[in-house]
Design a binder for this molecule. Structure first.
Ligand SMILES: C[S@@+](CC[C@H](N)C(=O)[O-])C[C@H]1O[C@@H](n2cnc3c(N)ncnc32)[C@H](O)[C@@H]1O
Length: 356
């Protein structure tokens, strides 16, 4: 089915108008006979309205619990709709992992020392200053919300893990943290000057939906900025893990299928995702970060103890494969020896854009 949507309807809360039919793109309000439901499974979110003999409108309620419109491209007359349950297994897997008190503690102990190196660059990219109303999505222990508050911003953090939200509240008692899903934000449209997200996107089953939600809650002129791990060659800790699994183990075992971990590390894909969500003026750049270690085995150990997806991939390997993977990671890290310690490159890819 060929579909088009006027971009002015993106982000509306009540209903979305889409023109469909013989490939013609037509825009404008439809006042036409309702000729029936769009879907044949009883879901009432889509109605087909007839405009002319070969041209129809489709009305899709944005409040549908069953379906979600994940991408619309007026220029190419395409519409992508997922069932809301899509990615459910992956979401449940991630959430269960991030609810573990020991994963949260180990992430904080070992990995946050790396991710916090790009916080100031992220806040600069989002234009955070005193008085900015900021939403920190996938806040973890609240690092970015806390740094935004240091600049005088009015910052709120959300995370779907109750364990992370508790840790954030303990660390920053004067700030507000809520348990919420990045793909269904519990905030009014147009209520923030900036949405920031540090290393959260690679954990979402539908990053496109998370971007659309960020778009919705931003005011016009507001900025989004997010970081993800850079490409495997520059985020060497993670790159070494997946290279070792490919060389010595099995890639398709462990966690339920989810989006490619490095999907948005590619500036072209990051730019496209931002434009698809409705943002303008996208830009992507690298932010150098370094993982300082005293022992080359720490990368393997920290990732097994303080992450969710990488850890599950490693745990699912056979014992001999796991040992080979551990040795391969140790060797890769050993190449970054500086005096008595190791300095492993762990760059971030930072993307930013504006809501028009
Ligand atoms: C790698 S940590 C990043 C934490 C922190 N922002 C940082 O920069 O270190 C990823 C966080 O995303 C959260 N998360 C994953 N999927 C989520 C979702 N769908 N909605 C909200 N939070 C999510 C996890 O609970 C975890 O706290």
């Amino acid at each position: 089915m060929k579909v088009s949507v006027p971009s002015s309807y993106l982000g509306h809360e009540s209903a979305k108008m889409l023109a469909v039919g013989n490939g013609d793109v037509s825009t404008g309000p439809a006042r036409a006979p309702d000729i029936g439901p769009l879907w044949d499974d009883g879901c009432s979110c889509g109605r087909v309205l007839k405009v002319e003999s070969e041209t129809f409108w489709v009305l899709i309620s944005a409040r549908c619990k069953t379906r979600r419109v994940v991408a619309m491209d007026a220029a190419r007359c395409t519409l992508a709709v997922t069932m809301a349950s899509s990615g459910q297994a992956f979401r449940e897997f991630e959430q269960a992992g991030w609810e573990s008190a020991s994963v949260v503690a180990k992430y904080h102990e070992h990995i946050s020392a790396v991710t916090t190196q790009s916080v100031e660059a992220l806040l600069d990219a989002a234009g955070i200053r005193s008085g900015s109303r900021v939403l920190d999505v996938a806040t973890g222990a609240g690092y970015i919300a806390g740094a935004a508050a240091q600049r005088g911003a009015d910052a709120i953090g959300i995370d779907f893990s109750a364990a992370q939200v508790q840790m954030a509240r303990d660390r920053y008692p004067s700030l507000r943290f809520e348990q919420a899903d990045a793909e269904a934000l519990p905030f009014d449209s147009q209520s923030f000057d900036a949405v920031v997200n540090g290393f959260g996107m690679c954990h979402f089953p539908n990053p496109d939906i998370a971007l659309r939600e960020a778009f919705r809650v931003l005011k016009a002129g507001g900025r989004i900025a997010f970081t993800v791990w850079d490409i495997p060659e520059r985020a060497v800790g993670f790159g070494a893990v997946y290279a070792a699994v490919r060389a010595h183990g099995s890639v398709g075992v462990g966690p339920p299928a989810g989006p490619n971990f490095f999907l948005l590390s590619d500036p072209e894909r990051g730019t496209k995702a931002l434009l698809t969500a409705g943002f303008v003026s996208p830009s992507c750049r690298q932010v150098p970060q370094v993982w300082r270690l005293s022992d080359p085995d720490e990368v393997f150990q920290s990732l097994v103890e303080g992450t969710v997806r990488a850890a599950a991939t490693i745990r699912a390997q056979s014992p001999p494969a796991r040992e080979a993977i551990r040795a391969a990671i140790r060797n890769a890290v050993a190449g970054y020896r500086r005096g008595d310690s190791y300095e492993v490159p762990m760059s971030a890819a930072l993307a930013t854009a504006v809501k028009p």
